[in-house]
Design a binder for this molecule. Structure first.
Ligand code: BGC
Length: 764
């Protein structure tokens, strides 16, 4: 059968809409053309300014939802291509329903709405191939008809209103013609259309609720047992015209939903009953929640448990990496990391899924990318999103935006114009802009596929130019706005930038890592001259860092854990200086009582810096700490995802009063990388695991750990167990690759493909 792409032709479909306040229904019918034999292929190419769903004679045309996702719509709009051969009948009615989505809905916390354009609209083209080679094409154009739908309101943040007494998209193919009016053709430039590079968004699984009680005013409270992202599907029978209102929240406070962390996002769906059996599923919105509050539930508690499901929604990614160990709390932490990723890899990598934000911050992903790339195959997912980074950088002269797609450019209050005649040179923002280099590198390291680096060549080059222009004479970075070690637990709730670590030191360190990676990238891409030039810049930064920030006693300016963590992990200090830095870091952690003292920038590196300088036990004390702030504090407070703040829930059970208090942020989940590489002990020694390093570092309290990963060559994995200080290691090395086993206190061993077992390896 021809594949969808082979049925593609130049785009002729028009973008159509209808002027209804609801999500409009757009409809046409067609008949098969006689005399050409069987239909052998049928492909629908479809896109929208907004979100579109298609039904053929009432049957969904695809399992995809939230199509076509969020891209930098000014220059890049994706279309999906769905195989619809099974849905073609002699007479077929196509119904499209169009929601606001990212295109026309609210975006961000500053009140932006409809920044991309005034109209929500859809365009689709159906091509049928017949057995005699004939083609029949149906396109959206001015001949289609439209009607208002039962979806009276829809917004990603605020929720959806469905009145089941009105025209539901699933029934619209049967509705009388006299309910329908004309459509309006919307001007649009088909040259911005591109196919998806990454996967679609789909329903992933369903969770059943438990009833946890009623609020003071008698509303039903449901608990799905897991903080998740998606929506509720509700089967219910109620009095015609009566309304059920569902609010969603991640945590409870004082026996009710804690809605304040959602800020202005209403996260409320409203369902009006038809009087018969209704089946509500609000697919033009999504919520981040564990709990739901039902106002106006017409049934019993048991009927709620039977008729309501949480539908988990996210990008269709393949799970490739796994981890386990003998400590159930660490296993739970790892599970929370995975759930945090599932909820925030929804078409694009977002900071959080619940409040009025949900944006593609590069800084958060720069921290989390190595962990994410191990857990799921995110190569195509991120290459798709990185194309938007390229678009946004071109729009702003090579500068890397804070978020992709970049809506902040529409928000003038975010930027202060320089005084007349003053030119402000752009400068790199540590971590957030460095993501432009760190993220493609994480893909290369994990998958060994050079496409991400090739695709980002120009983006990296223009960012590197900005770095070169911003370095001070002495090799440091002092210019530019820095978010710094964001959300250091010592920073007050209302001032997350106010970290212990000196912002300049951190910024210079991050700039070094970026220059170092950029040089390596040039080498991978075969440009040795550029590699040498970038290496020289990196070395200049390194000398500047050492001369300016490192004292003769080895102390680094501000003497905070994060400055030592990054100096060690990025290779700014080496040899004795690295050892001294590691010793000081361990001392600071011990003096602090083995609780977390790092924010977004220090956290991904602090455990690596400790274990890399011989302080494995300190690292284990930190990761197994249960006092606040720590990873397992969150677990002990019942977390099922990773929180934005170390103390998003305060020890007394209250929600942190800070205005950014998400319970589903993946940045601190960057600890997953250390669990994989150091606890279980597997990492790529060469990109794509063509050579794989097995280097577990067992720590007190753990008796076993394991991890495996489906590499491009096959599965490689490790499993170890410890009994009376005797270590037993089982390994699997994928075909065509080589393993290197490095155990504490033992000589290194090179291993060929296949299974290996070492029975009596001694530790310590
Ligand atoms: C987001 C963060 C983000 C930060 C940067 C916050 O509101 O949730 O994760 O990186 O802003 O400004």
């Amino acid at each position: 059968m021809p594949q969808p792409s082979s049925l593609s032709s130049p785009w002729t479909a028009q973008m159509i809409t209808a002027d209804h306040p609801s999500a409009p229904i757009l409809r046409t019918s067609f008949q098969l053309e006689p005399g050409h034999g069987e239909v052998t292929a049928a492909v629908l190419r479809i896109t929208a300014l907004g979100i579109v769903e298609a039904r053929f004679n009432g049957v969904p045309a695809s399992a995809d939802v939230l199509t076509p996702g969020w891209t930098s719509y000014e220059q890049r709009l994706r279309f999906a291509a769905w195989d619809v051969i099974d849905l073609i009948e002699p007479t077929t009615t196509i119904v499209l329903a169009v929601g606001n989505g990212w295109y026309r809905g609210r975006l961000g916390w500053l009140g932006l709405e409809g920044v991309y354009g005034p109209d929500k609209a859809a365009a689709a083209e159906l091509v049928l191939a017949y057995s005699d080679g004939h083609r029949q094409t149906i396109i959206t154009d001015g001949t289609w008809e439209s009607a208002p739908s039962a979806i009276l309101a829809d917004d990603l943040y605020d929720g959806e209103t469905i009145d089941a007494r009105l025209l539901l998209p699933q029934n619209a193919h049967l509705a009388e013609d006299n309910n329908f009016g004309p459509v309006r053709v919307v001007e649009f430039d088909p040259s911005i259309l591109e196919p998806y590079v990454g996967p679609p968004v789909r329903r992933q699984e369903e969770l059943a609720p438990a009833v946890v009680g009623r609020t003071a005013s008698g509303e039903l409270l449901l608990d799905f047992g897991q903080n998740l992202v998606g929506w509720l599907r509700i089967q219910v029978t109620g009095e015609s015209g009566e309304e059920l209102v569902v609010h969603h929240a991640e945590v409870l406070e004082n026996g009710d939903l804690a809605l304040r962390p959602l800020r202005s996002a209403k996260a409320a769906d409203r369902f009006v009953f038809s009087g018969g059996d209704d089946d509500f599923e609000p697919t033009f919105t999504y919520h981040g929640f564990r709990y739901a509050r039902l106002q106006g539930w017409p049934g019993t508690d048991e009927e709620a448990i039977d008729g309501i499901r949480a539908v988990v929604v996210g990008s269709e990614l393949e799970r490739i990496g796994h981890f386990a160990c003998s400590d159930p709390d660490l296993v739970k932490l790892h599970e929370n990391v995975v759930w945090g990723m599932r909820g925030n890899f929804l078409d694009l990598p977002t900071d959080c899924p619940q409040r009025d934000e949900r944006m593609g911050y590069l800084g958060d992903l720069a921290a989390f990318a190595p962990t994410a790339a191990f857990l799921y195959d995110i190569d195509a997912f991120l290459r798709d999103w990185l194309l938007d980074l390229n678009v946004e950088q071109r729009i702003q002269g090579g500068q890397v935006p804070l978020t992709v797609p970049n809506t902040l450019k529409y928000e003038p209050s975010m930027f202060q114009a320089p005084p007349e005649g003053v030119e402000i040179k752009p400068a790199p923002m540590a971590m957030w802009q460095d993501g432009a280099v760190w993220i493609p590198w994480a893909l290369w390291e994990q998958y060994g596929d050079v496409r991400a680096l090739e695709q980002q060549r120009e983006s990296i080059a223009s960012y590197f130019d900005i770095i070169e222009g911003a370095i001070e004479e002495n090799g440091t970075l002092t210019a530019g706005y820095q978010l710094g070690d964001w959300l250091d637990p010592a920073a007050p709730p209302e001032d997350p930038r106010n970290a212990r670590a000196d912002r300049e030191v951190v910024a210079t360190a991050c700039m070094y890592k970026t220059a170092d990676l950029a040089a390596r990238i040039s080498r991978v891409l075969g440009d040795d001259e550029e590699a040498a030039r970038r290496r020289a810049v990196a070395e200049r930064i390194r000398s500047g860092f050492l001369d300016t920030y490192v004292g003769s006693d080895g102390r680094i300016r501000s003497d905070a854990p994060t400055v030592y963590a990054v100096a060690i992990a990025f290779g700014l200090v080496t040899g004795d200086l690295a050892q001294a830095a590691g010793d000081r870091l361990a001392e600071l952690i011990a003096d602090g009582g083995y609780v977390i003292a790092t924010g977004f920038i220090g956290t991904p590196f602090v455990l690596h810096a400790l274990s890399g300088t011989g302080h494995v036990e300190t690292a284990y004390r930190l990761i197994t700490q249960k006092q606040c702030p720590s990873w397992l504090y969150q677990v002990s407070m019942g977390a099922t995802t990773v929180w934005e703040r170390w103390d998003a829930l305060l020890p007394d059970g209250r929600v942190n009063p800070g205005e950014m208090t998400s319970f589903n942020h993946y940045a601190f989940g960057s600890v997953g990388d250390w669990m994989h590489r150091v606890i279980a002990g597997i990492s790529p020694l060469e990109p794509g695991y063509r050579r794989v390093l097995f280097a577990p570092q067992p720590g007190t309290g753990l008796t076993s750990a394991s991890a495996d990963i489906r590499t491009p060559y096959g599965v490689s994995g490790i499993s170890w167990s410890l009994e009376d200080s005797r270590l037993r290691v089982q390994l699997e090395v994928a075909q065509g690759t080589e393993g290197l086993l490095r155990l504490p206190g033992a000589p290194e061993r090179v291993l060929g493909p296949g299974k290996h077992e070492f029975e009596d390896a001694h530790v310590g």
